[in-house]
Design a protein around this ligand. Structure first.
Ligand SMILES: *Cc1c(COP(=O)(O)O)cnc(C)c1O
Length: 432
C-alpha cells in the first residue's frame, strides 16, 4: 500500500527549500560598499556617463570573460536587445525572424524599431528556433534573425550562422537566460553580430538590474554606443568620422547604474562555479526523472552546455493516462515540489497585441504602416503551440540551484516516486 498523498492528507515529502536567489555573498556586499565609499572621494564615480570607472572595468572584464572584442553595459537585457537591433540596421517595416516561444521582450524590442516580427517554429527538444523553420520564413524584407537561448540551453548556432551567412542576415542572440552557457566550447553571445545579456535580479548572475551587449565588429560597436550611450563616451568609442557627427542625435538613456556594474563584476567571479552546481543539480534530478512516468527531463543537445537558468521538462500525457496535467501537478505541489504548468503559456504570436495588432497607444504600427498585411494565425508554429497547450512544465526557479542541492533534488525525486505509486488513487479521484 503506497503512502498516502499529501493531496489526500498524507505527509508532505519535500521538507527543504531551495537556497534564496538573488543572493549576495559577502564579497559582493563589500564591493558595493567600497563603491559607495569611493563615490565620496570621487564625485564622478556614481555618474559614469563617460563609460569609465566601474562601468568600464566591468565592460572590459565581461568582454575578456566571454571572449568578445567589445562590451557595452546597459540598464537591462531589453535595452541591450533594442540597441542591438537598431545598430544592426533594423528599421521600419523590416522583418526580423524570432521565436514565439520565449519571454515577451525577445519580441517587443522588434516592435520598438517598428519592424515586423516574423515567427518561426521551435525544435521540439531544445525549444529554440529551428534553422529549417527560419529558412522557410526568409523573405526579401528579412533583415535579421533574433535567436533566444531559452532557459539557458544554446540554440543551434552552427545551423543558424550558416543560414545567416548564406543569406546575408544579421544575427542577434538573446542570452538573457544563458549567461555562461556554451555551444561547442564557446560562450553563447559571441556567435552572432550581437549577444545581449541580462543581469536582472532573477538571472544567472546579477547586478540587481542591468544588461550587457557583446559584439566583435568595431563599426557595429560604434553604432550601439551611439544609440544607447552618453555623448561623453562617444569621443572614446567613435573612430569613424561619419558616426562622430551623429553623437547626440539618437540617444536613449540605456546606461547601467555603476553600482550594478560593481555587484555584477563581483558575481562574475562565481558564475562558472554557480553554473556548475546548476548543471550538477539538474543532472541529478534528470537522471532520477528518467524512469518517472509523465515527464521527459530537459534535453541537452550534443555540444551544448546548459546554463539551467530554468529547469523545464516536458509533460508526457500518454504515460499517465487518466490523470490530467493539472491534477498531476496539484499532487506534486502538495508534496512540496515547486512544479508549474509552464513558462510561456501563450505563444507570443497568439497573444492579444499580436492578434489585435494594436497597443494602448498609437496607430497600430508596425503592422498598419506596412504595405503587405501581416497575419499571425494558430497553426503558424505548431510545435510551440502544442508545447504551450499540452506539455510544458517548469520546476523551481532554476537560478537558485547555484550550490549543492543534492538532498533537495532527492526529496523532489522521492515526491515524484510517491505520486507515481499513487497514480491509481489520482485516477479514481479524477473520476469522482
Ligand atoms: C529577462 C529577459 C529579457 C529582458 O531582460 P531585462 O534585464 O529584464 O530587461 C529578455 N529576454 C529574455 C529571454 C529574458 O529572460
Amino acid at each position: 500500500m503506497a503512502e498516502k498523498l499529501a493531496l489526500f492528507g498524507g505527509p508532505k515529502t519535500v521538507t527543504q527549500t531551495a537556497p534564496p536567489w538573488p543572493y549576495l555573498e559577502d564579497q559582493d556586499i563589500e564591493a558595493g560598499c567600497q563603491g559607495l565609499r569611493k563615490s565620496r572621494e570621487d564625485t564622478r564615480y556614481l555618474t559614469a556617463p563617460g563609460g569609465g570607472g566601474p562601468v568600464g572595468d566591468f565592460e572590459k572584464r565581461f568582454a575578456e570573460y566571454f571572449g568578445a572584442n567589445y562590451a557595452i553595459s546597459t540598464c537591462g537585457g531589453g535595452p541591450a536587445l533594442h540597441i542591438a537591433l537598431a545598430a544592426a540596421g533594423v528599421e521600419v517595416g523590416d522583418e526580423v525572424i524570432v521565436s514565439p516561444y520565449t519571454w515577451g521582450q525577445t519580441v517587443s524590442c522588434i516592435l520598438h524599431q517598428n519592424a515586423i516580427p516574423v515567427f518561426a517554429d521551435i525544435d521540439p527538444r531544445t525549444y529554440n528556433l529551428s534553422p529549417r523553420a527560419i529558412e522557410g520564413r526568409i523573405t526579401s524584407r528579412t533583415q535579421a534573425i533574433l535567436v533566444v537561448h531559452l532557459y539557458g540551453h544554446p540554440a543551434d548556432m552552427d545551423g543558424i550562422m550558416a543560414l545567416a551567412n548564406e543569406r546575408g542576415l544579421r544575427v542577434i542572440e538573446d542570452c538573457a537566460q544563458a549567461s555562461g552557457a556554451r555551444y561547442r566550447g564557446r560562450y553563447v553571445g559571441t556567435f552572432g553580430d550581437f549577444g545581449c545579456f541580462s543581469i536582472g535580479s532573477g538571472k544567472n548572475f546579477i547586478g540587481g538590474e542591468g544588461g550587457m551587449l557583446a559584439c566583435n565588429d568595431q563599426r557595429l560597436y560604434q553604432c550601439a554606443s551611439l544609440m544607447g550611450m552618453h555623448p561623453a563616451r562617444h569621443a572614446a568609442d567613435l573612430v569613424d568620422q561619419d558616426l562622430r557627427q551623429q553623437s547626440d542625435s539618437l540617444i536613449y538613456t540605456y546606461r547601467i547604474h555603476p553600482l550594478a556594474a560593481v555587484i555584477a563584476n563581483s558575481q562574475l567571479d562565481r558564475l562558472e562555479a554557480m553554473n556548475e552546481w546548476r548543471r550538477r543539480n539538474a543532472e541529478r534530478l534528470s537522471a532520477g526523472l528518467e524512469n518517472i512516468p509523465g515527464l521527459a527531463p530537459p534535453y541537452v543537445a550534443p555540444g551544448c552546455e546548459h546554463a539551467y537558468h530554468m529547469y523545464c521538462p516536458t509533460f508526457v500525457p500518454e504515460q499517465v493516462e487518466g490523470v490530467s496535467r493539472d491534477k498531476w501537478i496539484e499532487a506534486l505541489r502538495a508534496e512540496g515540489v515547486p512544479i508549474g504548468p509552464g513558462y510561456v503559456r501563450t505563444p507570443i504570436h497568439l497573444r492579444r497585441v499580436f492578434q489585435d495588432k494594436n497597443y494602448f497607444y498609437g496607430k497600430g504600427c508596425p503592422w498598419r504602416c506596412t504595405r503587405s498585411p501581416v497575419e499571425y494565425r494558430g497553426g503558424d508554429c505548431p510545435v510551440a503551440e502544442d508545447r504551450c497547450a499540452r506539455t510544458e512544465l517548469t520546476i523551481g526557479g532554476g537560478s537558485n540551484w547555484y550550490q549543492d542541492c543534492s538532498s533537495l533534488m532527492d526529496q523532489y525525486l522521492a515526491a515524484f516516486e510517491k505520486v507515481t505509486a499513487n497514480l491509481d488513487a489520482l485516477r479514481q479521484h479524477a473520476r469522482q
